[in-house]
Design a protein around this ligand. Structure first.
Ligand SMILES: [Ca+2]
Ligand SMILES: [Ca+2]
Length: 423
């Protein structure tokens, strides 16, 4: 029997994509270089986009967009759009540094992340809703051709839309400080800690910090044994940014570490009548669908609450901005009976120690059925509250009784003891 050997040649001519060499820089201002970036998950609502909707410098950056690149905005969704670029990490360096400016903010369900191939080389980039500088150090095992990827994950409404600019990659010989951590945040102070993470012996550290609104950093030279620094005299309710670098023998310096951002708490006496838009932004609202998608059996879906918190002026109210519940998307201060709602409004405040008691008061108006429809006040250490009434337990300390059955505005006042001092 004769057998035919069939050979088919099928060739697709693609535009060749140049593999970048290090030192590499990309500010997304060069169209030729921009075309070397490949964008993935392009069928999703949210797409990674290179364009001019937002930029740290110049006109362009790589950002998330749900309208084809027109604006830097997103819709909570399951997709994970990403952008990647092939880079040749020239062998011969003990370490490589990947630097970039990043605008993010978010939480555990909304973040950006950096990958080399399938390896995540950054933590969740979800700390600051404004531009900060990030620095990642990887070791010599990454020498060779690597696919550098930026992945966007947005299951929640809590985070501002992300953007990346000014990516720089180079070989380095000294490790930057790592594991930067901000703890013990009050209205006017914070504790900063870091680790040397190097087999080299540090000589000194240079710490630099600034308020978000400032461009200039305040620098402090510290001894090699100081990996713990207390920042004081900070302004309340303000964002701060800090970074640190290491000095080694022969006056050689490491590059700056990644920047860490944190926000100081409100101080007491605290007053909020919701008339100050800057202060209103310090309130966090978790409104069911406005807040996160839950995972049951691998399926993500929205917690779709009918009644939600809003800060604004509902219809039938004039000259007064309020924190209020609305069953019609914020239009009026009315309640929708179609389903249960379990929503939160909260603010982190530092209760300056030294007082025997603290007084909380507020004006309240609202009807409701005892045990079923109410507003509860809680006071506890800062934490993200649960959003699912049926699958969670609230362990926060409740203050006073349930608020309801007040048809007219009523002034409510509560006194708590000194065990509530602190954050
Ligand atoms: Ca740029
Ligand atoms: Ca008001």
């Amino acid at each position: 029997m004769n057998r035919a050997l069939l050979l088919t040649v099928f060739v697709i001519f693609l535009t060749p994509i140049a593999i970048a060499q290090i030192p590499y820089f990309c500010g997304f201002e060069d169209t030729v270089e921009n075309n070397n970036w490949q964008l993935g998950d392009v069928w999703d609502i949210n797409q990674a986009h290179i364009g001019n909707a937002v930029a740290y410098s110049g006109n362009n950056s790589l950002y998330i967009s749900d309208d084809g690149g027109l604006t830097n905005s997103y819709t909570p969704d399951q997709g994970e759009p990403f952008a990647f670029r092939e880079i040749y990490f020239t062998p011969g360096f003990s370490k490589y540094q990947i630097d970039f400016d990043c605008k993010g903010g978010g939480d555990m369900q909304g973040f950006m992340r950096v990958f080399l191939g399938s390896t995540a080389v950054s933590g969740f980039l979800s700390e600051a809703p404004f531009w900060t500088h990030h620095s990642i150090t990887v070791d010599s095992s990454f020498a060779g051709i690597q696919q550098l990827g930026f992945k966007f994950t947005y299951y929640t409404y809590l985070n501002p839309a992300g953007a990346i600019d000014n990516i720089s990659i180079k070989g380095i010989n000294h490790t930057t400080p790592e594991q930067l951590s901000t703890t013990d945040i009050t209205s006017h102070s914070a504790r900063l800690t870091w680790h040397s993470s190097s087999i080299e012996v540090p000589q000194t550290y240079l710490l630099a910090y600034r308020a978000e609104a400032n461009t200039a950093y305040t620098e402090t030279l510290l001894s090699a044994t100081d990996t713990d620094f207390q920042l004081t005299n900070l302004a309340a309710s303000n964002w701060y940014v800090w970074k640190v670098r290491t000095q080694y023998a022969n006056n050689e310096w490491s590059e700056w570490s990644t920047e860490k951002a944190f926000k100081t708490l409100a101080s007491i006496p605290y007053f909020c009548d919701f008339e100050d838009t800057t202060e209103n932004k310090n309130w966090t609202i978790r409104n069911g669908a406005n807040c996160e998608f839950d995972n049951y059996g691998g399926v993500y879906f929205a917690q779709d609450y009918y009644n939600r918190w809003f800060i604004g002026t509902p219809s039938a109210v004039t000259d007064n901005t309020l924190l209020y519940i609305s069953g019609d998307d914020g239009i009026s201060n009315t309640y929708n009976f179609q389903g249960y709602s379990f929503v939160w409004a909260y603010r982190d405040i530092y209760f300056e120690p030294g007082y025997a008691q603290y007084q909380l008061s507020l004006d309240f108006k609202g009807m409701g059925q005892d045990g079923q429809d109410y507003v509860k006040l809680f006071l506890d250490t800062p934490a993200i509250p649960p959003v699912d009434y049926y699958h969670s337990t609230v362990t926060f300390t409740q203050i006073g009784v349930e608020l309801n059955r007040s048809e007219q505005w009523t002034h409510k006042s509560f006194t708590v003891d000194s065990t509530h001092s602190g954050a």
